[in-house]
Design a protein around this ligand. Structure first.
Ligand code: NAD
Length: 501
């Protein structure tokens, strides 16, 4: 099939599919087949402007729509998404490659945020103080921002948009979502679902594109805020540029998540967790465990158990009931595989080499099997860089303190976990570790929707996490009103600074 015969993934503007008009396209691969399944039009400046203006025009009516009506839309969207999540999972698997059960898992976590958003009236209530001064009341209003931009990464094409969009919409904003160009269809599917749920046209816009679309969102004065999830260098760029342009910004970046294993831990639980969190979604999760920090003498026994479990994993096409799918592109697969050479050159021990995997799928798929590397030196790029693939490193340390110091010395602070049966050690860990999301005998501690998701250090630029109370804070701005209704006792001129009396 030539490029022009491929189906083209459209924008979604003004409540309908709009074909890309720029003449620029990116391929959208089916990673298990290794060939483009579609192409996506990449917006030019005119299309960016059109998308933002359409959202801006729709905003006032939605802002003024009653809370009760907005809530009905969220309930309807919840029902539709729950009923049809299998269809969305197929789209995610086709364009991302993760296995169907994992695609369903990410949709379920996104659905949780829609469910949270159905209860939004509680989360946008203001406060009221009566009679702060004689006859004077003060109260606060939480109002929507207007047009808000959301820019999402390839690795969760359904869940990450759902971290922000339901919260922003429920709070009364108009969203322009710029999904990853690598797997852009889930966003359009979600926008259509919200339209069917009764959302007015223009409130959920999908703008397909690359840096041109992102920069357009960052520069357009109508866009009030930017919510970004992706790699750290781009997150930093987004944070700095959006702030320079006077926008509210939250920019979630990359990760290198450590799992600290104390000698008293249940090693079967640890081995299961390390394999699930290291190789689920082929390691392309910002909360994947990529480093096991083993407090000696636990490493040899643990590695034996991890290795045993790895030998049972079936790598292959996500539609065939396999455990682990391909990587997102051939280029990314090659980059991840190149770290295995780096490990060897740096003196680490490759225990399991995923490059020899026999995948249950098309030979052209972007395959790399689960890889385990022991004795990774902490100066090696295998340790210092985010690999974002199915490569699990083991670093051996002698003490709890050494393990915590190692974790705290890293550039990222997204997630971490401790495995132990010692409550005192776990409590000390949660107190001392410089990371935003902590698991205690839980390997991927993604908070439920009514808490908030976000890391520390280079894993989050800005001070607002995603969803939960942080999400509603981010997508509303407060007004404080000081009000007096005159009664006959009022009167007189006083140029002094107002005081409460
Ligand atoms: P990415 O940074 O390459 O892309 C993210 C988004 O930014 C995409 O929409 C992309 O089109 C856009 N983009 C890419 N290059 C750009 C540029 N030069 N200028 C402007 N925009 C640009 O990230 P990715 O590869 O899609 O996703 C993987 C990364 O996301 C990993 O680093 C992972 O850790 C991170 N991630 C973090 C979290 C978190 O919550 N902290 C969650 C998921 C993924």
């Amino acid at each position: 099939m030539t490029d022009t015969e491929l189906p083209t993934v459209p924008h979604y503007i003004g409540g309908r599919r709009v074909p890309g008009a720029s003449g620029r396209f990116a391929p959208v691969y089916d990673p298990a087949l290794g060939v483009p399944a579609a192409r996506v039009g990449l917006a030019d400046d005119d299309e960016v402007r059109h998308a933002i203006e359409s959202a801006a025009a729709a905003f006032p009516l939605w802002r003024d729509t009653s809370i009760a009506k907005r809530q009905q839309v969220m309930f309807a969207a919840r029902e539709l998404l729950n009923a049809r999540k299998g269809d969305l999972a197929e789209i995610v698997t086709r364009e991302h490659g993760k296995v169907i059960s994992d695609a369903l898992g990410e949709i379920t976590r996104g659905l949780e945020v829609v469910e949270l958003a159905t209860g939004f009236p509680h989360l946008i209530k203001g406060e009221h103080s009566e009679n702060v001064s004689t006859g004077v009341d003060v109260y606060s209003l939480k109002q929507p921002l207007g047009v808000v931009g959301v820019i999402s990464p390839f690795n969760f094409p359904a869940m990450v948009p759902l971290w922000f969009v339901p919260v922003a919409i429920a709070a009364g904003n108009a969203v322009v979502l710029k999904p990853s160009e690598k797997d852009p269809s889930a966003a359009v599917w979600l926008a259509e679902l919200f339209t069917e749920a009764g959302l007015p046209d223009g409130i959920f816009t999908v703008l397909q594109g690359d840096k041109v679309a992102v920069d357009g969102l960052l520069q357009h004065p109508e866009v009030q805020s930017i919510s970004f999830v992706g790699s750290t260098p781009i997150a930093r760029y987004i944070y700095e540029t959006a702030a320079r342009n006077g926008k509210r910004v939250q920019a979630l970046g990359g990760a290198k998540n450590h799992m600290l294993v104390l000698p008293d831990a249940d090693l079967d639980l640890v081995a299961d967790s390390a394999v699930n969190a290291g190789f689920g979604s082929a390691g392309e999760r910002c909360m994947a465990v990529s480093v096991v920090v083993a407090v000696e003498p636990v490493a040899d026994a643990l590695i034996a158990k991890v290795r045993e479990r790895m030998s049972t994993l079936r790598v292959g096409d996500g539609r065939r009931g396999c455990d682990m799918g391909p990587l997102i592109t051939g280029e990314h697969r090659d980059k991840v595989a190149s770290y295995i050479d780096v490990a060897v050159a740096d003196g680490a021990e490759v225990v399991v080499d995923g490059r020899t995997v026999d995948a249950d799928g098309d030979p052209s798929g972007f395959w790399l099997g689960p890889t385990l590397i022991d004795r990774v030196p902490i100066h090696s790029r295998v340790y210092t860089e985010e690999i974002f693939g199915p490569v699990l490193s083991v670093v051996r340390v002698e003490t709890f303190e050494e393990g915590v110091a190692l974790i705290n010395s890293g550039a990222f602070g997204n997630g971490t976990a401790i495995f132990t049966n010692d409550g005192g050690a776990a409590r000390r860990f949660q107190n001392e570790v410089q990371v935003g999301m902590i698991g205690i005998n839980v390997p991927i501690p993604v908070p439920v929707a009514y808490y908030s998701f976000g890391g520390w250090k280079q894993s989050l630029f800005g001070d607002a996490k995603a969803y939960g109370a942080h999400g509603f804070e981010f997508f509303t701005r407060e007004k404080a009103v000081t009000s007096r209704w005159l009664d006959p006792s009022h009167g007189g001129i006083n140029l002094g600074f107002p005081q409460t009396t």
